[in-house]
Write a protein that binds this ligand. Structure first.
Ligand SMILES: [Zn+2]
Length: 68
């Protein structure tokens, strides 16, 4: 399946509403299907959407190019 995400342009920054950032130092990018981070306890409705560039880097770093 092709990896496609919703991208929102805010100035020069691209955010995706399909992922969110929790408050963890690492592995802080979560799919919106994850409704709570089990490490820090934050939920997506309390947290910002993920930056597309960080999401792409993260996917490359774990060698996974499908959906997280
Ligand atoms: Zn977390």
């Amino acid at each position: 399946m092709k990896f496609q995400i919703a991208v929102e342009n805010i100035g020069k920054i691209q955010l995706t509403s399909d992922y969110w950032d929790c408050e963890c130092i690492e592995n802080y990018i979560h799919s919106k299907h994850i409704d709570k981070c089990l490490r820090c306890g934050y939920r997506p409705d309390e947290q910002p959407d993920s930056h597309v560039v960080e999401l792409v880097k993260y996917r490359q770093s774990i060698g996974f190019d499908g959906w997280l």
